[in-house]
Design a protein around this ligand. Structure first.
Ligand code: SAH
Length: 460
């Protein structure tokens, strides 16, 4: 290892300034310049731009540069909405026009389809974007810290836990931004102690706010270090008076010194641990821990694509793997004979069952378990399905899952993915096993960020 390092000589020197043209963007949206074939990743630089940059890090396979001057600017560059925001990393693509962002995301999917899946001929459709690519998040979780003696809420500076106080978060529902400021002010009034991360002292760690896009119902979660939250008898009525749409206030206690936001202990301070939102005409009960897509209208676009690709007649048996609280499951159930959901987190399955009941849907059955284990078991039992829908987390499908699919041979498969790289890896295996990838439809669920969601149709 050290020998290799000695032999390696980068064509650039640390702390020196260079000029270069940006030839590509990484999947995280960093500009790529090449000096004697050596790639340097430069934040904030766009394809086609000639820039000046200072080398700040030299690695074996790539270096990192800091943009110092734009010499020739891209026509896709837009003025950043907020300089402070650039320090936080929550909108890594904010300097790229929205049209440019959608084009970037499409080409990222095309790239992995060529390079990883080796399926260059599968059509990748244009990314379905939003009319207003801001203010879309239906959920916010902001850290609380003491700055200059004051309780503040905001965002961490990139790669750090230094809080930058912030009131307008740009990509969150503005009603949520307002609620955070309101709750912050109430906490200040009663001198609630902000959490101190260094010595694990103080009390209020995070404020979480979730809001139903279609219902307007709000949930406030106060994450504290200790169960004590003084004076709760005043805080709760104040929040309810200032924010009449709050239906639930939950205290979550997290005593540990950890980056994980939520702890185990839950104290319900008002209402129940739930609020409601709708997706494609179904109502969902959501608890403070539940996974719910953060962009409601685009989730509806995404799920509508799943339904469109499924072409159900009402006769089909469908498996919905990685079903969460049952959002896709219920959308499918309306059009199929029966749907079987598989989900590893038991409370999510409990939510899913209640949601089916709440919507009067009777043709769904849920199985708690790891999808790879349940599918293996079902394939051994000789069970099959006309359609298999999968919506795995970023790491994609387990190999055991793919093997079970290839034994079970559902006629049709729809792959909802939040990570093009693992999607492409899995598609290669499925195609090798006899499936044909028909088309890929990306949907922009996370404008201003480099995340890419897509729906792929496969047939046997
Ligand atoms: N389809 C749902 C949830 C998608 S998120 C929706 O759109 O709302 C992915 C889900 O997969 C999460 O609920 C997560 O708990 C679940 N999950 C993660 N690993 C799993 C596994 N190995 N088996 C089954 N479910 C898993």
């Amino acid at each position: 290892m050290s020998k290799n390092k000695q032999n390696f000589k980068a064509p650039v020197e640390k702390n020196e300034t260079y000029q270069g043209e940006i030839v590509d963007l990484t999947h995280e949206g960093l500009g790529v310049a090449k000096i004697d074939h050596y790639p340097l990743f430069i934040e904030g630089a766009l394809v086609g731009e000639t820039i000046e940059f200072k080398v700040i890090k030299i690695g074996k396979s790539f270096g990192v540069g800091k943009l110092t001057k734009i010499i020739d600017q891209s026509p896709d560059r837009v003025e950043v909405k907020d300089k402070a925001y650039a320090q936080t990393g929550t909108m890594p693509l904010q300097h790229l026009s929205y049209k440019g962002q959608l084009a970037f995301k499409k080409s990222q999917v095309e790239n992995v389809m060529q390079k990883i899946a080796k399926l260059p001929d599968v059509p990748v459709y244009g990314v379905i974007g939003m009319e207003n690519p801001f203010s879309y998040r239906n959920k916010a979780q902001v850290p609380v810290r003491k700055i200059k003696g004051k309780l503040e809420t905001g965002v961490y500076r990139k790669n750090s836990h230094d809080l930058i106080p912030m009131e307008d978060f740009k990509i969150q529902d503005p009603e949520i931004d307002k609620a955070i400021v309101t709750v912050r002010d109430i906490m200040r009034t009663y001198n609630v102690k902000p959490y101190n991360e260094k010595d694990n002292t103080g009390n209020l760690r995070h404020i979480l706010v979730r809001r139903g896009y279609h219902t307007g119902e709000m949930m406030v979660v106060l994450v504290t270090r200790t169960p004590k939250l003084f004076p709760v008898s005043k805080i709760v009525p104040d929040i309810l008076e200032e924010l009449p749409n709050v239906v639930s206030i939950v205290q979550n206690v997290n005593p540990k010194k950890t980056n994980v936001i939520l702890g185990q202990e839950v104290i319900v301070l008002h209402g129940e641990d739930k609020y409601h939102d709708k997706l494609l005409d179904h109502t969902f009960e959501i608890s403070h821990r539940s996974f719910f897509q953060v962009n409601t209208p685009q989730a509806e676009v995404l799920y509508s694509k799943v339904i469109e690709f499924a072409e159900l007649t009402g006769e089909e048996t469908v498996i919905d793997a990685y079903s969460g609280i049952g959002t896709i499951t219920l959308a499918l159930a309306e059009k199929a004979k029966e749907v079987y959901g598989i989900e590893v987190i038991e409370p999510a399955v409990e939510d899913a069952k209640r949601n089916a009941e709440l919507n009067g849907v009777e043709n769904v059955t849920y199985q708690v378990g790891a999808a790879e284990d349940v599918m293996l078991e079902w394939s051994k039992e000789g069970r099959s399905a006309d359609l298999l829908v999968v919506d795995p987390p970023r790491k994609g499908l387990d190999e055991q899952f793919v093997d079970a699919v290839l034994t079970m041979k559902p006629k049709k498969m729809i792959y909802v993915s939040c990570n093009p790289a693992t999607l492409a890896r899995d598609l290669a295996l499925l195609v090798e096993g006899g499936y044909t990838a028909q088309k890929v439809q990306p949907v922009d669920m996370f404008p201003q960020t480099s995340h890419i969601e897509s729906v792929t149709l496969l047939t046997r």
